[in-house]
Design a protein around this ligand. Structure first.
Ligand code: 26W
Length: 823
């Protein structure tokens, strides 16, 4: 698969320039003289795509020719972010592209990168993790396919109007997307609804067949996932829904124009839009249809790849290892059984053995409201055959349990896939756990809580099945690409190999007392802050001082992430300044960013609250040079790439036991930000690795929170202990941040002084104490810079390469398959 044509595959600036010129002319029908920035972005993107095609095709060919186990990562979300810059980095032709652009009169690559639409095919942590993992799989040369949905509309764009979030449809596909390869010949057919009927097959076996009442077609769109400076190029296979019958002429002829396209419209809705909830299960019918749609297409695709290579279906576990990214694809357990039994005529035990040996499940949340439970009648109506199979899986499973715990009906009820309490429901976490050979959490504390709190009976039953793989993030996008200043400094100091071997960063420990190096380190940070300050001014009109402490909390808005605790702390600082208590205060710029799920009222009110505080603080001359508050609209991957290199203090302040891991915390530490945080999720491991002395810890631990909850927590007892908290709450109540309207933020006050489910009041004073520590440390810049350097130096563990190596060794049992390209 080697293509030698210089114009389409040459790697020098001339060739890239020629390639762009050709695509402008032949692909886009534009002359260079009249090309817009967007045309040049498309032309460069096509030219770059040309240059990874040999690796893409040869990688596919290598996997086909030398069958070995391939990772199938099933995820309802892939938050891959902008592609051009990452592919330039991984191909190693960034300089050449910059040179070629100069010949089109474009001085900086950033001008082109700015016009790129990012595919917002995810909500937050779970979706971005999937993207980091796909990039690490390719960089580690492990054959893999990321199976998901090609949503026509991704996560909404966020506008802030009068302090409120406004959602705008994300038309990311307008004008086309150069990074996908539609494969209509590999479409799959998926059924829904209808009923099942049992019959006896010609060997006299009782069988059941499914007669769906409606169908849709899944058309795969492949997206190359290039590894860093290797020949390996894996792919994302994203399914787009289409109608079996695009046009009903009979309806049209009788003038029923809507009828004529009704089925087409109905089918296409399957991949129309991403559900924008990040942790609340709404149990919508279309959501379940979406899940079955992409899972069925993906499993059919895997089975077809065996058929094409005339490999027996019994060999499935030796060729595919299927990872379920949370329960969103958990229907796979029943769908694989259906395909193996109904279509490949295997008997139950063989089919179950194959399923159990192939599937593994990762849990990403403990929040009860985020655990998917499908109403039984909805499930029966949409997937009658799968329900039959789930009943049988459950029956056989409970049989085993009865043997182990005779007469213990309680444990049967706790373990059953069917939740009998209230309206009967299917517990997808139970189906996934029973069908999987491994169940893992995403940080040590989280994996422990899965065993102690979420699935204790299962952990007791199958202790060896439960494991942990702490999350990671790719250093290519989150350091090399996002923070070129720091990268240059690292290349110069320890050589370039840190990008693929982050443990090499430990070398930097030697420089902890080298003030010259510390100054260079700090100036890399300052250049990031200057860039972000410019962006903030352009976007919000707020002028911020790059030399102030950039205190940042960017993540989805959620009560357990406690953005409101941070906001209360800001008010306390504001009051101190107003009361002239400025001795310990360090000039700060407090930056928030994050989207709220459209139906999540409290999260939207928290955004309004933050903007209310910002308006008052930023307009108050007493705050000049001391405090600024900013809410950055439309936080996404692209904006993240600007924020992580420009941050001094990373806010990771969730209620202990609630944040499964966090991944932003890792990106901040890698880029030399210090963390103020609770002992929650991966914060625990970050603190262990970077050193407690380089981490600002506060708050109650998970077990202290449990204790407080069990003994009946009353937030008022904590409020009574804290004057600053009382003053802060009073100021809100009188409407100081809402133009005197004391009703606007009442819901926030009511919940905090009511049952305060996320223990904001309990942690407030200790949080304020920790923030004072931060101010003190900031004023000793050498000390701060040393702490910052040690965070970067000791963040190697949090590379997604380490996470993927752990999955490969302990769960997937797969090895790298280097790709040879002989030209
Ligand atoms: C059914 C609605 C729904 C949608 C998304 C989710 C995700 C699991 C939420 C999520 O993104 N979880 C985050 O996953 C990250 C990657 O492992 C972790 O780092 C975060 O702590 C976790 O909140 C749950 C429920």
């Amino acid at each position: 698969g080697c293509y030698a044509d210089p114009v389409r595959a040459g790697m020098d600036a001339d060739a890239v320039f020629d390639g762009m010129t050709e695509h402008l002319f032949f692909t886009l029908g534009k002359l260079a003289t009249s090309a817009s920035l967007r045309d040049l972005y498309m032309a460069l993107s096509f030219a770059v795509r040309d240059r990874l095609m040999s690796r893409y095709l040869t990688s596919q060919e290598t996997i086909r020719a030398r069958p070995q186990k391939t990772v199938a990562y099933l995820s309802a979300e892939f938050l891959i972010g902008p592609q051009l810059n990452n592919n330039l980095l991984n191909l190693g032709i960034k300089k050449e592209a910059e040179e070629a652009l100069k010949r089109f009169g474009i001085e900086s690559l950033n001008e082109i990168l700015e016009v790129e639409e990012e595919p917002g095919l995810g909500n937050g942590g779970l979706g971005r993790l999937a993207a980091c993992y796909m990039e690490s799989l390719a960089s580690l040369q492990v054959p893999a396919v990321g199976y998901g949905i090609r949503y026509e509309f991704g996560i909404f764009n966020q506008l802030i109007r009068d302090g409120w979030q406004v959602e705008v449809t994300d038309k990311w596909l307008k004008g086309g997307w150069p990074w996908e390869l539609p494969q209509p010949d590999e479409a799959c057919l998926v059924g829904f609804g209808g009923q099942t009927e049992s019959y006896t097959d010609d060997n006299g076996n009782y069988r059941s067949r499914w007669i769906p009442s409606e169908h849709a077609i899944g058309v795969p769109h492949d997206v190359p996932v290039l590894g860093y400076r290797v020949n390996s190029c894996d792919r994302l296979r994203l399914w787009r829904a289409d109608a079996t019958e695009s046009f009903d002429f009979y309806a049209f002829n009788i003038g029923d124009y809507y009828g004529a396209v009704e089925e087409k419209v109905a089918s296409e809705t399957l991949s129309k839009v991403l559900y924008p909830n990040d942790g609340t299960d709404e149990g919508r019918r279309l959501r379940l249809k979406q899940q079955h749609f992409f899972v069925s297409c993906s499993l059919q695709d895997m089975l077809r790849s065996l058929e094409k290579r005339s490999i027996a279906v019994e060999e499935f576990p030796n060729h595919w290892t299927v990872q379920l990214n949370d329960t969103h694809p958990a229907i796979a357990v029943a769908e694989l059984m259906r395909l193996l039994i109904d279509q490949h005529r295997l008997d139950w035990d063989k089919a179950w053995e194959i399923t159990n040996r192939s599937v593994a499940y990762t849990n990403h949340t403990l929040l009860p409201e985020a655990l998917e439970k499908w109403d039984l009648s909805l499930f029966k109506n949409l997937l009658p055959r799968h329900l039959e199979l789930i009943y049988e899986i459950n029956r056989r499973f409970l049989q085993q349990v009865r043997l182990k715990y005779p007469g213990n009906d309680l444990i049967l009820r706790k373990l059953s896939i069917i939740d009998e309490e209230g309206g009967k429901a299917i517990r997808m976490a139970h189906l996934a756990t029973i069908g999987a050979h491994h169940v893992n959490g995403v940080a040590a504390l989280h994996s422990d809580l899965i065993k102690r709190q979420l699935l204790p009976e299962f952990a007791q039953l199958w202790p060896e099945k439960f494991t942990n793989v702490t999350n990671g993030v790719t250093p290519r996008r989150w350091v090399a690409l996002a923070n070129p200043e720091l990268s240059k400094l690292l290349d110069k100091e320890i050589g370039p190999n840190w990008i693929t071997n982050m443990d090499l960063l430990l070398e930097l420990e030697k420089k902890e007392n080298d003030s010259n190096f510390l100054d260079l380190f700090a100036s890399a940070k300052l250049s990031g802050k200057r860039k972000l300050a410019g962006y903030i001014h352009r976007q919000t009109g707020v002028l911020v001082d790059p030399s102030s402490l950039f205190d940042v909390q960017v993540k989805r808005i959620h009560q357990y992430k406690r953005q409101h605790l941070n906001a209360l702390q800001v008010i306390a600082q504001y009051l101190r300044i107003k009361n002239g208590i400025t001795k310990n205060i360090a000039p700060r710029t407090v930056i928030f960013g994050g989207k709220a799920a459209p139906g999540y009222f409290m999260a939207k009110l928290m955004i309004r609250f933050i903007n209310g505080i910002a308006d008052v603080v930023n307009a108050d001359p007493d705050m000049d040079g001391l405090l600024r508050v900013v809410f950055l609209p439309d936080y996404n991957v692209k904006l993240g790439e600007q924020v992580y290199p420009a941050t001094d203090l990373s806010e990771q302040i969730s209620t202990a036991g609630k944040e499964a891991s966090g991944t932003g915390n890792m990106k901040f530490a890698m880029n030399g930000a210090l963390t103020i945080g609770t002992l929650d999720g991966a914060n625990v491991e970050i603190r262990d690795r970077v050193g407690a002395e380089n981490f600002f810890l506060f708050g109650k631990t998970e077990s202290e929170i449990m204790e407080l909850r069990d003994q009946g927590y009353s937030p008022n007892s904590f409020i009574a202990e804290s004057n600053e908290l009382q003053e802060t709450l009073k100021l809100i109540e009188v409407g100081h941040f809402s133009n005197g309207d004391s009703e606007l933020f009442r819901p926030i006050i009511n919940i905090l002084t009511g049952n305060d489910p996320f223990f904001v009041m309990a942690d407030f004073d200790d949080y304020l104490r920790a923030q004072d520590e931060v101010s003190k440390a900031w004023k000793k810049s050498k000390k701060w810079n040393r702490m910052a350097l040690l965070n970067t130096a000791r963040s190697g563990f949090f590379s997604s390469d380490r996470s993927i190596r752990e999955y490969c060794q302990s769960i997937w049992k797969v090895k790298p398959l280097p790709v040879e390209i002989s030209c």
